[in-house]
Design a binder for this molecule. Structure first.
Ligand code: UDX
Length: 474
């Protein structure tokens, strides 16, 4: 069947935060590239924030639409407001999504939208279980997309078993280095501290404990979707995928999606990228620079900032540090923090950016290692480029991702729960100098490139997904 004859139209609905937008937009681009119509659903606020960059979508197969997130226009929507944003999306956002889906179904062929047929499939963020339920109420089949690792997904799914076995809640004051039973395939390897961070609050009566409940329910709810899509590769996570698959209706391991997107990819950055850091990297020697970024959500204290800074300076390599304006908890202005870094780095050895073109940075010949929070996108982006990582996980899936980086893939070091200048210095040095870590990182990168190349496992999974989506069109 020729591409033009395909009537499939997928509505992609992500949680409106950077890490989820990136992964789901890469999937949207891949589907559009295969000749499937895709409507990508932003929130009004994010679409405004993306501005002209979002409007410049070149593909006739892909368009952006938006719904309100239910918060007032002037709401700051900071990291601290994530709980409130989530509540608002589950109420006002849900109603707006339902109305939009209804209107898209009523329009047989949407002439204004460039001839998009009615929606035939929803690909909903697995953290928005209501989005799959609402779609199915309309008779639209829904797939769930979890943007994090398979290992973290399996850990969330296993929480009821951990409770049954008495592993959760942790005993008060208990040793976080104790191994935990109950996550299949990871017994003896996973320690309490490696479980997704909300597990530390299981049994408590606070927001984090409530968050764990939602994450676990969302993971279990994915089994109701027609299929689960994961941004991972079988070569990285075969054992976890094998334990997940029997509990889902189908599973597609289609990652790393960012490496499959044709360049230039559609703009996804909610912050303005500082392109000047690329010119700065051009002036540095091969593999001499430490790239430091803790993702889009991490917030650190001023003390932690100071420990990182001292460790980086003591390690003695030039470094490029992404310091988002909302990243350091303190009365300090971002300008003061930038000045502190520049002064400590003696100006020539340090560069600060509020937001960097991370994929380009990691691909740059000057980057020698990546000090990261081990968010799943960042982990995959480093893996594809063969860049060794030092992981300082902040929250959620990052705790288990970093355990796999340090203990399974051996592409980096796990610095979790320690923020000490001497440890930062030692681990950065090791990641920069160790031939063994670099060798593993490069081997993983070579394998991932095979996986996404024609005939590779992820490329074939993506083809299978496209066929699956077309078959859902009745
Ligand atoms: C977090 C999670 O830990 C992640 O696993 C989950 O799926 C979503 O929530 P986040 O903190 O955003 O995500 O980290 P990460 O998943 O690494 O995503 C950050 C994205 O922002 C990456 O794609 C990275 O390339 C991009 N980025 C980051 C930039 O483009 N520039 C920067 O300066 C920093």
């Amino acid at each position: 069947m020729g591409k033009a004859a395909a009537p499939a139209h997928v509505l992609v609905f992500p949680w409106p935060i950077q890490g989820h937008l990136n992964a789901m937009l890469h999937l949207a681009v891949a589907l559009a590239g295969a000749g499937v119509h895709v409507t990508f659903l932003h929130t009004d606020y994010n679409l405004r924030r993306l501005g002209a960059a979002a409007a410049a979508v070149a593909s006739p197969w892909l368009r952006f639409m938006s719904v309100p997130d239910g918060l007032p226009d002037d709401h700051p929507r900071t990291v601290a407001d994530l709980g409130e944003i989530g509540r608002s999306i589950r109420t006002a956002g849900r109603a707006a999504y339902r109305a939009l889906l209804a209107s898209l179904q009523l329009m047989p062929v949407d002439a204004a939208g460039g001839g998009f047929p009615p929606v035939t499939t929803v690909v909903a963020d697995a953290l928005l279980p209501f989005a799959t339920d609402v779609a199915e109420e309309f008779g639209v089949p829904a797939l769930a997309f979890r943007t994090a690792s398979a290992c973290s997904f399996l850990a969330y799914m296993s929480v009821p078993r951990l409770v049954e076995l008495g592993e959760l809640p942790f005993p008060p004051g208990g040793d976080l280095d104790e191994p935990v039973r109950g996550v299949p395939g990871m017994e003896g390897f996973l320690r309490r501290r490696d479980l997704p961070s909300p597990c530390r609050h299981h049994g408590a009566n606070n927001d984090t404990a409530a968050l764990l409940g939602r994450l676990v329910n969302a993971a279990l709810h994915s089994s109701k979707a027609r299929a689960l899509i994961l941004n991972t590769a079988t070569s990285l996570e075969a054992p976890a995928l094998a334990h997940i698959a029997p509990r889902m209706r189908d599973v597609f391991a289609v990652g790393p999606l960012h490496a499959m997107s044709p360049a230039p990819a559609v703009a996804t950055s909610l912050w303005r990228e500082d392109d000047g850091c690329m010119a700065w990297l051009d002036g540095q020697a091969d593999r001499s620079v430490v790239y430091v970024s803790l993702g889009s959500l991490t917030v650190i204290s001023l003390e932690q900032f100071t420990e990182f800074l001292s460790g980086l300076v003591a390690a003695g390599y030039p470094f490029l540090w992404v310091l988002r304006p909302d990243m350091v908890m303190a009365s300090q202005s971002t300008t003061n923090l930038h000045e502190a870094v520049m002064a400590a780095g003696k100006n020539s050895k340090a560069r600060v950016a509020e937001w960097a073109p991370q994929r380009d940075v990691l691909r740059h010949r000057a980057v020698g290692c990546f000090l990261t929070h081990a968010g799943w996108n960042s982990t995959l982006e480093a893996a594809v480029e063969g860049v060794p990582t030092v992981c300082w996980p902040f929250f959620a899936d990052q705790q288990i991702n970093s355990r796999f980086v340090g203990g399974v893939w051996r592409t980096g070091l796990d610095m979790k729960d320690v923020c000490d200048a001497a440890v930062v210095e030692r681990m950065v040095r090791e990641a920069m100098e160790s031939g063994e870590i670099r060798g593993s990182a490069q081997a993983v990168a070579r394998q991932l490139r095979r996986d996404i190349a024609e005939g590779g496992s992820s490329a074939m999974e993506l083809e299978r997904l496209v066929a699956f989506i077309r078959e859902l069109v009745m």
